[in-house]
Write a protein that binds this ligand. Sequence first.
Ligand code: SF4
Ligand code: SF4
Length: 383
Amino acid sequence: MDNEYYSNFIDASNKAINNSSSGSYKLKEDDANTLPANSPLLVHLANSLCKSIENMDEELARFEKNYTSSNNSIFWATDYNDVFIFLKKIIKLQRARRVRLPNINSSTIFRELGIKYFLKDENLTLSDDADIQFFAVDMMFSDSGSLLLLNQSNNTLSKLTNTSTNIFFATIDSLCNSSSLAEILQQEISYRLGGARQDMIIFKSSPNCNNYLFIIDNQRTNILKDSFLRQSLTCINCGRCNDVCPIYQTIGDEPYNNVFVGPIASITLPYLETFESYKHVPYACTLCGRCEKVCPLSLPIRDLIIHVRSSFLAEGILDKSDRRLMAVMRKISFSRNKLNGARFLKKHLFLKHASPSLRKNRSLPPLAHETFNKSFKKKQNNA
Ligand code: SF4
Ligand code: SF4
């Protein structure tokens, strides 16, 4: 039982990459961070992820069959509570007191689950030499039943075979139907972790260990129900869109009060949390389209945001005062005179019509001294 077990697996993945029908799926080192959004490799990745999400029930069943064929176990969890109930049982069974948890701060799923608080409540301590270790899964490959683990330290490979219990955490949308895409996923997801390609482990099994995998829904099926919106679940959370979004660059993480931030959160947050607390986020967007230009999957982020806004209107999720504010804003936007009006008047109108919940979640940024139209005209007159 040694590293050979894993390298065999990685070889298999590379073989699949080399044998792919188009012959262009092998990523070269010098491609790092340079692939244009419409390159065949990225188009292929986007199509595979879309197919995986479209056929999620079949692909998850295929993954389960392949993953459990190596004596691994899967726990299906609807939400955090399910995870913690089973987790407590496993910890009790293993009599574990110490946990090894690489990447506790950089993994979205650990922050989403609030794993730090769980460890504290259960009096578990973090240690590199532990009885049990937790891993965030970056992707589940349904064709092989294997897991993509990124950003791992050098000794993780040996620890995967020497620690008595390995526990993996994945969400239902971390799903890809082809292991041959491991390398391009490694490249694209690495952006979030600082750009340089992160070390990758493709894990299939370690026969002498107990390997448990939690597959967590946590409200993602709310998004899956909508046939247009579900493509947002293919997002690999690379973070490129955050870096170019003028809204996110201005307001930062804080107003979201959540693990999910930026353009993709404007689409998914109301469904992952509650409409009441997050109905304002789809409006934190100017529809400029900069996010779409850098998205490796070419996700139609603007159309998705507009779709969420329309669904809110159709389903009556916006209350009367939100609608009134929108009507006022519309009136102002369509009138040059009103747009050029005094700052204090525009501020007054916003504060008068914005609902208390909107005012609570979004403060009005300082308005410009004069509109672009006015300053442009002034410049022309002075020229
Ligand atoms: S379209 Fe919206 S979400 Fe995308 S970059 Fe522009 S403001 Fe941000
Ligand atoms: S929407 Fe696109 S660019 Fe933004 S995090 Fe997801 S995959 Fe990356």
